[in-house]
Write a protein that binds this ligand. Structure first.
Ligand code: WTA
Length: 648
């Protein structure tokens, strides 16, 4: 991706110099910077004694120790605008109603035995009850673990088992893009697996839209949640939590086959979610406690099952008292104008989506967006992967009509919220660059081989963060060693993000992609090892090597090379079966784009699969294969390239 020479100047008077001064002072005393904000922005039941303590190296980072808090909201303004799968199906939920619903669900959970510190697994459609239940858990100090509704029964079971989650909340069904999501059926299949039997005590089932799910009902396990909730009083005092008490866990993919449950905390995460939402989208002046002036209608169209939904649909906007849109459907339903129709109907001011969605809509041309009034838009956001300049320009010109800031927000499940982004009206934009660090975040570029910090402005290496910040995940549930070895040990004294990057002469960061075995498919993070383990679980597969494949819309596709066990031969049916095996073990969003059975993989003489070469073969970049002299059998390259060519 080449750097464009254009720089898009920010349009207001707030200056880049001011940003630089604020940023420099924020990182010269991170503890002081965040403590001041925590005192002024959050309501404390008991004050904290210390801002930051602990270190990356020991994995002992703690913020606002001793402080106790929970969240409180405003009463009468709109908290959630829910837009259902069918375009006309809209609900406005005020903060008052939100609080009532949250309290009722909190009481329902408590009445069934859920207590502080328990993990509650949520497998829900994008309906308001998902948001209510997350907040109900927060209210009573239970730890929610939301699983994206695209995950399979196997994936749910792994996460329930890993978190020893006694409680599961689902809905009888959901709908998306006109299709029925049989969530209860999938959830039941998970709960019935050996590894969950004896772990799960109750499955709370909300009445969902569409067909009722699996009719498997077990007395004492299934709870009719809609009825139970209706019977509750809308008052529930909140549990006063320690700032470091876990608020939620969220599973994400890494380099091994086992997903890790990252733990986020009550005080630090809440502050970080609130602060970054206000800054990155420029909300602060418009909604902070004031009743006058224009109000933002904020829409993040991600799924609440991923970190983007946690921080920027639920916690960030609501903590700022800003209304947030929850979108149940897809950008293509009923047609490719759906987002723009919503912008017009709800007068959305801040719109936040992923590059993959922009690229797929851009293919349909300008006609759909031009049919709608998009003049309410003020800020456009992008997240999840580097945005290619062509998509950036389309977003800026055709959607934003050249007058909206496009904020390119770089962050991760682990960071809890934005760590690098331009600020609307402040940072001049360069299409494809996430630009400069957020306040309180000290970003550095390290030489990947030595871990040495590169001091020159222009730099190329791996991205790391030098000082703790409140929103960082504190551990991997049940496996602190893994947390240390993945994030803290690769480059001692730094948090290692797992991404490569370049810093240009203006100090702007350009993310070049993951440097580990994690793929980014349509903004979904998928570990190659997870796909490999799904494949080798099939009896026909002896070995599997999975690599990314450049993909015009998805960013990356999934390309699988497999050798077969004796007695199995290549066939279209086998490829279909293997594709299905991945869907069953992980979920439909991880469906391979290409499966190439082969008699041999490129191996070194010492028996290591050369993924570097497989990546080149998958991308069709045969002229830049690099050194192949260490290959056991160099002819493999030719054979595989031909197969890839045929499969395209
Ligand atoms: C990638 C999603 C470039 C990156 C919030 C990171 C990005 C991974 C950007 C985290 C961006 C996210 N520009 N790359 N603006 N945002 N990424 O945990 O590789 O699902 O490490 O969090 O997405 O993915 P995750």
């Amino acid at each position: 991706m080449g750097e464009l020479l254009e720089v898009y100047e920010a349009s207001t008077s707030a200056s880049l110099a001011q940003y630089k001064a604020t940023h420099a002072s924020s990182i010269s005393d991170v503890s002081g910077y965040w403590s001041e904000l925590a005192k002024s922005k959050l309501t404390w039941f008991a004050p904290f004694s210390e801002g930051l303590s602990g270190s990356f190296e020991e994995g002992s980072v703690s913020w606002f120790a001793g402080g106790r808090l929970n969240f409180v909201g405003k009463e009468n303004e709109t908290a959630i605008i829910w837009e259902g799968d069918e375009p006309g199906n809209v609900k406005h939920i005020s903060f008052h109603e939100l609080k009532n619903e949250v309290c009722k669900i909190a009481n329902a959970l408590k009445s069934a035995g859920v207590t502080k510190g328990d993990v509650v697994t949520l497998y829900m459609p994008m309906v308001p009850e998902l948001c209510y239940t997350m907040l109900a858990c927060a209210r009573i100090g239970a730890i929610h673990s939301v699983i994206f509704a695209g995950f399979s029964a196997d994936a749910i079971a792994d996460r329930i088992q890993d978190a020893k989650s006694k409680w599961v909340v689902t809905a009888s069904a959901g709908s998306r893009g006109g299709r029925n999501l049989p969530l209860k059926t999938i959830c039941d299949a998970a709960v019935k697996k050996d590894r969950c039997v004896g772990v799960v005590e109750k499955v709370f089932v909300f009445d969902g839209k569409g067909e009722t799910g699996s009719d498997w009902e077990v007395q004492d396990i299934h709870v009719k949640m809609t009825e139970l909730v209706a019977a509750q009083r809308p008052v529930c005092s909140c549990e006063w939590m320690d700032a470091e008490d876990p608020l939620f866990i969220l599973y994400t993919s890494g380099s091994t086959g086992r997903p890790k449950g990252l733990v986020h905390t009550t005080g630090g995460y809440a502050l970080f979610a609130m602060h970054t939402t206000a800054n990155s989208f420029g909300l602060s002046q418009q909604t902070a406690a004031s009743t006058d002036g224009p109000k933002d209608v904020y829409a993040c169209v991600a799924d609440a099952g991923w970190i983007t939904g946690h921080t920027y649909i639920v916690y960030g906007p609501l903590l700022n008292g800003c209304s947030t849109l929850m979108f149940e459907s897809t950008p293509m339903y009923p047609d490719c104008g759906r987002y723009w129709d919503m912008v017009q109907r709800h007068k959305i001011t801040v719109f936040y989506t992923a590059p993959t969605a922009i690229r797929s809509l851009m293919r349909f041309g300008d006609e759909a967006p031009n049919k709608y009034d998009l003049s309410s838009l003020r800020v456009l956001g992008t997240v999840g992967e580097p945005i290619n300049p062509a998509a950036w320009k389309w977003y800026f010109d055709v959607i934003g009509k050249g007058r909206c800031a496009v904020v390119d927000t770089y962050w991760q499940t682990e960071t809890g919220g934005h760590v690098i982004t331009n600020l609307p009206g402040i940072t001049p934009m360069k299409p494809g660059s996430c630009t400069l660090p957020c306040y309180g975040i000290e970003v550095v570029v390290l030489e990947s081989a030595t871990g040495k910090e590169i001091e020159t402005t222009e730099a190329e290496g791996v991205l790391a963060i030098k000082q703790p910040w409140p929103g960082m995940a504190r551990t991997c549930l049940g496996d602190h060693q893994r947390y240390l070895s993945v994030y803290m040990k690769p480059y001692p004294k730094y948090y290692f993000a797992g991404d490569g990057c370049r810093r240009d002469k203006d100090g702007y960061i350009w993310i070049t992609g993951r440097v580990d075995d994690v793929l980014n498919v349509s903004g979904h993070r998928i570990g190659t090892a997870e796909v490999e383990s799904a494949l080798v679980a099939h009896m026909a597969v002896a070995q599997a090597a999975v690599v990314g494949l450049p993909h015009e819309i998805k960013g990356q596709g999934i390309c699988c090379f497999t050798t077969l066990t004796d007695g199995h031969t290549e066939s279209d049916d086998l490829i279909k079966e293997l594709r299905q095996a991945v869907r069953t073990q992980i979920g439909p969003f991880a469906t391979p784009d290409m499966i190439i059975p082969t008699s041999a993989l490129p191996m070194t003489r010492s028996g290591k699969i050369m993924r570097r070469i497989l990546r080149k073969i998958a991308a069709g970049e045969l002229d830049s294969l690099g050194d192949t002299s260490t290959l056991l059998d160099p002819s493999v390259v030719d054979t595989l390239s031909k197969k890839v060519e045929q499969a395209r």
